[in-house]
Design a protein. Structure first.
Length: 94
């Protein structure tokens, strides 16, 4: 099966990511693709919580890359909502 185009994979922030984490990131992206932000964010946050419980976590740069990828094709209002949620999530990580 051909892999869908994912230009965000070329982001320099992913240059040193472990292959296993990169594969998880790709899977998360594919599972969240096509979902509204309201549907995708709880899914992604739940996945992040499960990963943390397993001793694996995405770095801030990795979260940034996946959220930027999810913004593609979204309306300006959805992007504003995503940015607010990202700021909220970032505040929870401190």
């Amino acid at each position: 099966m051909a892999q869908p185009q994912m230009p965000w994979l070329d982001d320099p922030a992913l240059a040193d990511i472990e292959p296993e984490k990169l594969q998880m990131l790709i899977q998360l992206y594919q599972q969240a693709e096509g979902k509204s932000m309201q549907e995708a964010l709880p899914f992604l946050l739940g996945a992040a919580a499960r990963m943390k419980q397993n001793g694996t976590a995405f770095s801030s740069a990795e979260f940034h890359v996946i959220f930027e990828a999810l913004k593609t094709g979204k309306s300006p209002e959805e992007i504003r909502r995503m940015n607010r949620l990202i700021r909220l999530f970032s505040g929870m990580q401190r």
